[in-house]
Design a protein around this ligand. Structure first.
Ligand code: HEM
Length: 186
């Protein structure tokens, strides 16, 4: 396979760093409901740290995407497959942005936010969203609940899209015998 068919080193690094962090965050988000009470706060704190990091990385990735042309799809892809892949990629960008943003709003509206500062990886003090922290307590209470629900709904949509994304890649790799994974691997 020649170099033109592959994503660049930067795109590959960003793709896998974001993928691993999203996987860990799903495990932490769901897992925090099934662990002893003393584990919940550290797990959620780590979840928030990783989520904010993902937000930064996905913004870098979007800049990369808008300034680089991705490698063309292999010639054998049918038109509907190209459209489906584009659609899933677009929706994944939307969700990977929506998840950290809704989580951050949910956290900024939290009634205990003031007594639980946001410190990324227990080292870097981070800010809550000022336009939310300044709202009236009753409004924040409602926002906290709403955005918790939206955050969870986004995670369900993400599972469906990841199934399509990974299923599509495996179908091309294993059934169509097209070197698909190599496009996103050195
Ligand atoms: C990559 C980004 C993120 C992903 C993939 C993600 C995913 C998830 C998932 C799967 C859950 C469990 C939902 C459920 O089944 O109930 C969850 C919960 C949660 N997330 Fe995130 N999240 C992300 C970013 C963030 C960020 C940036 C914050 C805050 C700064 C955050 C705060 C929370 C909180 C507080 C919960 C617990 C919600 C509750 O039960 O009240 N998340 N997240």
């Amino acid at each position: 396979m020649n170099a033109v068919d592959r994503y660049t080193r930067t795109a590959i690094l960003l793709h896998w760093a974001i993928a691993v962090m999203i996987f860990v965050n799903i495990v932490l988000g769901i897992g925090s409901g099934y662990v002893p009470d003393s584990w919940v706060r550290p797990m959620i704190d780590l979840h928030k740290s990783i989520g904010i990091t993902v937000l930064g990385l996905v913004l870098v990735r979007l800049i990369w995407r808008l300034t680089h042309k991705p490698p063309a799809f292999p010639a054998g892809y049918r038109p509907w497959e190209r459209r489906a892949a584009h659609g899933v990629h677009l929706a994944l960008y939307g969700l990977i942005l929506a998840l950290p943003i809704t989580g951050w709003i949910h956290d900024s509206a939290w009634s205990a936010a003031a007594s639980h500062p946001l410190v990324l990886f227990w080292v870097i003090p981070w800010f809550r969203l000022g336009f939310i922290t300044h709202l009236a307590p009753a409004t924040k209470h409602d926002l906290h609940l709403w955005f918790g629900t939206i955050h969870t709904a986004c995670s369900y949509a993400l599972y469906a899209l990841l199934a399509l994304h990974i299923g599509g890649a495996l179908k091309h790799q294993l059934i169509d015998r097209v070197p698909e994974l190599q496009r996103m691997w050195r």
